[in-house]
Design a protein around this ligand. Sequence first.
Ligand code: PEP
Length: 255
Amino acid sequence: MNKERKLIIAGNWKMNKTVAEATDLVEALDRDLGTQTDVDVVVCPPFTALDTVSAKLKNSLIKVGAQNMSENDYGAFTGEINAGMLRDLRVHYVILGHSERREYQKESDALINAKTKAALTAGLKPIVCVGETLAQREANETESVVGQQIAGSLAGLDAEQLKDTVIAYEPVWAIGTGKTASSEQAQEVHAFIRSEINKSHGEEVAKAVRIQYGGSVKPANAEELLGQPDVDGALVGGASLEARSFSDIINNTRN
Ligand code: PEP
């Protein structure tokens, strides 16, 4: 696939996989994908499996991401994990503002912005998630909702920080539902996001920043979605839990 930006495909394992199961999955992925250089591949296990997965992928091109982190440094924040602790486990990426956290943990754009800045300061690359609900899409609010999330979550980032940030467009109605945005719907919102970055940070940054699509991506639809000019990769939930389907998604984009 001839793309303007290098594709980045990340697997969000959510609250799945014991350490033993994570080990099996990552060993199989490393066998299938660990030496390919066409696509940046990231796996995001739960915190409990990060150390083991990082160790298994020590000599692999597959990178490790976390699914969340605290906006704070050290101190009295029971149950929290900070960016430095993730770096200590050789973690390179962190998913921030996933719609499940926006909904269940009531994460706001301001909080996601604070986490994004903390991640970048520590040398982690944030994967910042945005996306509208079905009701918002049906009310024609997709652009205003996504525009606000982009402005709020990425406020105050300079050009270099934004280039290190990955944006994941994940329409909430397409996550875990089997309903995928059509490639036209995805391209339309991705182009809108890129135009917003162009307005705020200029053309060079807008051309460099990678925007993933997420929402029921599978081997059968990956090639078509990722073939769109402004779609630079995928954030994959369900289909990243098995080595075969995740590597098929990646391999289907490599021809
Ligand atoms: C996700 O949760 O980031 C996601 C895209 O999930 P799924 O692929 O299962 O829709």
